[in-house]
Design a binder for this molecule. Sequence first.
Ligand SMILES: [Zn+2]
Ligand SMILES: [Zn+2]
Length: 270
Amino acid sequence: MNEKGNIMEGGCHCRAIRFKVVGDPFWIGACYCVDCRKISGSPYTVFAGYKSENVEILTGTPKEYASSEKVRRSFCEKCSSPFAYTYVETSSEIGKLFIPVGVFDDPSKLAPKKHVWVEQKLPWVHIENKCMTVNLFAAGVIIRKDGKFLMVQEAKPDVYGLWNWPAGHLEPNESAEVGAKREVKEETGFDVELECEIGLWPRDDEPNNPTQRKKLFLGKIVGGELAVQKGELLDVRWFTEEEIRAMKDKLRSCWVLEGFDALSKFGLDK
Ligand SMILES: [Zn+2]
Ligand SMILES: [Zn+2]
C-alpha cells in the first residue's frame, strides 16, 4: 500500500469490517441506477473510487454478491452495511474499488462531482448542483510578461472594438487545455504553455445558465511571434493591469477583471 497522502478510515455499522484508504479518490460520483437503488434501499448512492492498492481492509472479511455479470458488491455479513463494488477480471475496470461514501467515518469532504445513470433517476430526485454536469464551451488564457498582459481586440460586429483575453470556442470533443492553446496560437501567433487553471465563468450571453461554462487558464509564452488574426481581430496588444482596469466598458467579458481578482486570490504574483 502506498502510504503517501491523506488517510481516511471507515467501516460497517457493527464495526466487524474496518478499512482505510490512502490519498484522494480518483472519482466521486452519484449513481442513480436501479441496482444501486435496490442494494442500498436509497434513491441513489454516492461512491468514491480508489485503486485497490490504495485500500486496505483492517479487520473483517466482506461477503461478495454478484449484482450483475461484471460487478461484485461486498457487504458485512453481520450488519449488512455495504463495503464496495468492484469489477470482475474480464472488465477493463478491474483493480478499482468504489466505496459508498456513507461508510467512511467522515464523508463530509466526499461530495459527488459526477452523476451517472441519470436516465434511471427517480423523478423526485433533483440534482442540485448543475455545475457538476457543465458543458465547457470556450477557453481562454491570461498571458503575462514583464508586468503586462496580452489582450485581443474583437472585430466581430456584436463585440466590435472590445478587448478580451485570447480565447475562443472549443471544437467538438476538444479539451479546454488544447482549445485554449489553439485559440492563443490562432489569435496572437504565440505558442503558450498553461501554468494553471484560474476558474470557470458563465457565458456572457447566458449568465444565468448554470450548465454553460468557459474556463480560464494562466499561461506563458514559449514560442511563436506576435501575429494578429486578420478579419477576426482588430489588434493584439500588451497592457498593464491598471490600463486594463481603466478600460471598463471596453472589455468584452466580466472574466477579464474577475480573472485578475482570481489571480490575487490564488496568491499568484502578477
Ligand atoms: Zn458489520
Ligand atoms: Zn448504480
